[in-house]
Ligand binder design. Structure first.
Ligand SMILES: Cc1cc2nc3c(=O)[nH]c(=O)nc-3n(C[C@H](O)[C@H](O)[C@H](O)COP(=O)(O)OP(=O)(O)OC[C@H]3O[C@@H](n4cnc5c(N)ncnc54)[C@H](O)[C@@H]3O)c2cc1C
Length: 277
């Protein structure tokens, strides 16, 4: 498969391939695509991982593949998922119903950076006027100030202004405080201005061990991030949190009382800290 099949450096696909090959996970919940529609896929053969490379910038039912893996009795599942999806996985792993016989079926979570995703049905309506959806080979969003989303198709590139794309962001993305998939072993995003590279955040011992093995065995080439890039990423992640909190407060969806459902609960002193950061 050509290098261009990967969204950026192929870090995610390399890590999942290695984890399957070395038996760290026995199946991986990934996201494929049929036309424009993202499709959950449970992969057990490391050679199949690359088939699902590339970002589908639509909200995806990836966790259906996690559920399928649990039902099929896999005990060391891996998943690649967005922050919202990994929040759900983390809640499931916390065993909120205190089931005595519960065992954690998840061995590896690779989280994607994400600012927003798109509603597939609405996107389909918008772009089917401009291109043949069945001919889409990939999609990407170049960094600012480009202001476009690009679809690679069999007959060439089609660019759509973000001003037409952004109205298709689901409302729930505006209350999501997580840009870098904090509930993960490893988080992976783009590295702006460095095509072919990813940003990688190591968040756990299993994540660190996998990255060390990947580097030792030639699956990954790593180098330290420049301090100014770390500062920029920290700022962007903090701004997403603050934006989400302000929206949650405005919509009365945080720490609600009198039996009203809250979308998020957070100690007031933490809210204050984030908003004044
Ligand atoms: C909706 C969305 C929004 C994103 N926004 C940002 C952003 O704002 N900033 C940034 O730096 N990076 C963002 N990313 C991540 C970025 O596009 C790349 O996925 C990441 O850099 C990994 O690149 P890679 O070459 O290692 O991935 P690859 O090796 O190409 O692997 C991509 C993996 O992503 C999985 N995947 C694809 N689409 C989805 C989906 N919809 N839901 C769950 N899993 C999926 C596939 O299963 C595959 O395993 C976003 C990704 C998505 C899906």
């Amino acid at each position: 498969m050509p290098q261009s099949a990967y969204q950026a450096g192929g870090t995610v696909s390399a890590l999942i391939t290695l984890a399957l090959k070395n038996g760290i996970i026995d199946a991986a919940a990934l996201t494929g695509r049929q036309g424009l529609t993202p499709i959950p896929r449970l992969v057990t053969d490391w050679q199949d991982v690359v088939k699902y490379a590339g970002s589908k910038f639509m909200a995806a039912p990836t966790l259906a593949a996690v559920n399928a893996g649990i039902q099929e009795n896999y005990t060391h599942l891996g998943t690649v998922a967005t922050p919202c999806q990994l929040t759900a996985v983390a809640q499931m792993r916390a065993n909120p119903l205190a089931i005595e016989t519960y065992t954690d079926p998840v061995a590896l979570t690779v989280g994607l950076f994400c600012n927003w995703s798109l509603d597939t049905r609405q996107l389909s309506v918008l772009i089917s006027e401009k291109l043949d959806v069945s001919a889409i080979r990939g999609m990407h969003i170049p960094p600012p100030p480009a202001g476009i989303m690009v679809f690679e198709t069999d007959s060439g590139r089609v660019q759509i202004p973000l001003s037409e794309i952004k109205p298709l962001i689901p409302e729930s993305c505006f209350i999501c405080p997580d840009m870098t998939s904090e509930f993960s072993d490893l988080s992976v995003g783009m590295f702006e201005g460095q095509p072919g590279w990813n940003t990688l955040i190591v968040r756990s011992k299993p994540g660190a061990d996998l990255v060390t093995t990947a580097s030792d065995e030639g699956y990954l080439e790593t180098k330290a991030m420049p301090p100014e890039s770390i500062a920029q990423l920290t700022r962007a992640a903090g701004e997403k949190k603050a934006r989400a909190l302000r929206t949650l407060i405005r919509r009365k969806l945080i720490n609600t009382e009198n039996g009203q459902r809250a979308a998020l609960r957070m100690p007031p002193e933490i809210i204050e800290k984030i908003l004044t950061y």
